[in-house]
Design a binder for this molecule. Structure first.
Ligand SMILES: Nc1ncnc2c1ncn2[C@@H]1O[C@H](COP(=O)(O)OP(=O)(O)OP(=O)(O)O)[C@@H](O)[C@H]1O
Length: 236
């Protein structure tokens, strides 16, 4: 199995606050990983460390075997890792077509499977709103556009942080449908979402964070049948 991302003993600080205290995370090609834990446990910080937005204060991160511990976000992105942050990150002044087209580029190995046409086929709703400005879209459409923009970079790993946050149930169902369709293509994923049942259902393996420490790493179907662990760490 090809290892795409390997994070070892990751530590991160915000000032004096020691937020990540030695996290290990490996993502292989084609693998979908869930990142679980209650609010404030360090999920977003771990993602931001991998992406180079929050420099790790200890440990190492390799992507495709290259040392990326101190890499800048654009370098991580060039290695085939696409990040859809919580709160989306689209260009509000560009329309849907422009938002997608400015993101277009071949993947790390030159692959160009995710064309503009394919992204629109995957998100029929966006294809009906090509001339709408980013700020004119509903929250759900903005989220679809954010995921569509990430796919336009032809990534090997798609990182989604709270992609369904604050959306209407029908739109949430549509986002999970898209996540499942993308998984079918063999793209790797790292998924954070409040709906732990959905995360468990759409991933191969989950890791659980508790106060910046990794407390569980287990196959998702096994974890789904471990109510004691879920209660202990997720309070469900
Ligand atoms: N920019 C920041 N400056 C200072 N502290 C921060 C910053 N961002 C997050 N924190 C703190 O770091 C800890 C971990 O936050 P993080 O956002 O990584 O957790 P999370 O598990 O993703 O939670 P949530 O689901 O609430 O986003 C929390 O205590 C949070 O308050």
């Amino acid at each position: 199995m090809t290892t795409l991302i390997e994070a070892r003993d990751i530590h991160a600080h915000y000032g004096a606050s020691h937020v990540l205290q030695g996290i290990d995370l490996t993502i292989h090609a084609g693998e979908s990983i869930g990142l679980l834990g209650r609010n404030g446990m360090g999920k977003t910080t771990l993602i931001r460390s991998i992406m180079g937005h929050v420099p790790a204060s200890g440990g190492s991160i390799t992507i495709r075997g290259r040392n990326c511990t101190r890499a800048a976000p654009y370098q991580v992105s060039r290695l085939g890792v696409a990040y859809v942050p919580e709160g989306r990150g689209i260009f509000p002044n560009l329309n849907v077509r422009e938002n997608l087209q400015v993101a277009a580029r071949p993947g790390f190995d030159g692959r160009n499977d995710w064309t503009y046409e394919r992204v629109l086929q995957t998100f029929p709703r966006l294809s009906e709103r090509l001339d709408h400005g980013g700020q004119q879209l509903s929250g759900g459409e903005q989220q679809m556009l954010a995921i569509g923009r990430a796919l336009m970079t032809n990534p090997d790993v798609l990182i989604l942080d709270e992609a369904t946050e604050g959306l209407a149930p029908l739109i949430i169902a549509e986002i999970w449908r898209i996540i499942a369709a993308v998984r079918e293509t063999g793209m790797s994923a790292l998924i954070v979402d409040r709906n732990y049942r959905k995360v468990l259902a759409h991933t191969d393996r989950c890791i659980v964070l508790e106060k910046g420490c990794l407390v569980e790493s287990e196959a998702s179907p096994v974890l789904a049948k471990s109510p004691d662990v879920l209660t202990r760490y997720l309070g469900v």
